[in-house]
Design a binder for this molecule. Structure first.
Ligand code: CTP
Ligand code: CA
Length: 226
């Protein structure tokens, strides 16, 4: 039925969207990251742009073309992503966090390639927590955009997503089960449930491009209703 729904008119609105993984350096040749492809965030950016919005897409290292008419800001690690996101959030009406931000980064980045030490078959890596980008933006008192998060879960999907919705003080969260075959990370398709403080809506599995269109419509309806 989404095809019969008129497309939202987002002319004059500004969306900021994070997408893709972050990459956290360990030394000049190594890093920590995850399997996020960035496809969902890029599809959301394209859909918001098609609906007339001005769109800033803050992208981690991904191999995707920039959607037409979208302003893209490339970043590498979580702290760079936060800086770009905070700057974009100052100017936006809607902030969507579709990025898979690395929760931790190596405590320090070695200047030289780390050598394996002789004599030991074990090693440990000291990690420190990265800032929570979307929670920081949702916690604003001023210039707070309508703030949307994603929750990629492998179990207790709705329970974990609802916890994040309230803990991070988001206006909406999009939950998806990444353990499901052909859904979520690195897939063309996705099946999600949209949660907001007033309830939940399950959407059928579909291509990320079609899903993005529907999600932008739902976000616009919430963000710009009186
Ligand atoms: N997020 C963020 N900054 C972080 C971590 C997550 O902005 N440092 C955002 C993601 O972009 C997503 C939402 O928070 O919109 C939920 O991310 P998720 O990884 O599912 O939740 P976490 O709070 O990191 O909890 P955990 O990974 O332990 O489940
Ligand atoms: Ca996380």
């Amino acid at each position: 039925e989404s095809l019969l729904q008129p497309r939202a008119d987002l002319r004059g609105k500004h969306f900021a969207i994070t997408a893709g993984p972050t990459r956290e350096s360990l030394d000049p040749v190594r890093y920590l990251t995850n399997h996020s492809s960035g496809k969902m965030g890029f599809a959301l950016a394209a859909a918001a742009r098609r609906a007339g919005a001005e769109v800033t897409l803050i992208a981690g290292p991904v191999n995707l073309p920039t959607p037409a008419g979208v302003k893209r800001v490339d970043v590498v690690d979580a702290r760079e992503m936060q800086e770009a996101a905070e700057r974009a959030a100052d100017l936006c009406d809607v902030f969507i966090a579709a990025a898979a931000v690395a929760d931790f980064r190596p405590e320090r980045i070695a200047q030289e390639k780390i050598k394996k030490s002789d004599g030991s078959d074990r090693d440990t890596l000291a990690l420190v927590k990265n800032p929570d980008i979307v929670a920081g933006i949702a916690a604003r008192n001023e210039r707070r955009p309508f703030t949307v998060g994603f929750a990629a879960e492998t179990e207790k999907v709705l329970e974990h997503a609802a916890g994040k919705l309230s803990r991070k003080k988001l206006d909406m969260i999009i939950a998806n089960d990444v353990s499901e075959a052909d859904s979520g990370f690195n897939s063309e398709r996705n099946r999600v449930t949209v949660l907001d403080p007033s309830g939940r809506t399950e959407l059928p599995q579909s291509l990320k491009t079609a899903l993005a269109e529907q999600l932008i419509g739902m976000i616009a309806a919430q963000a710009f209703s009186q």
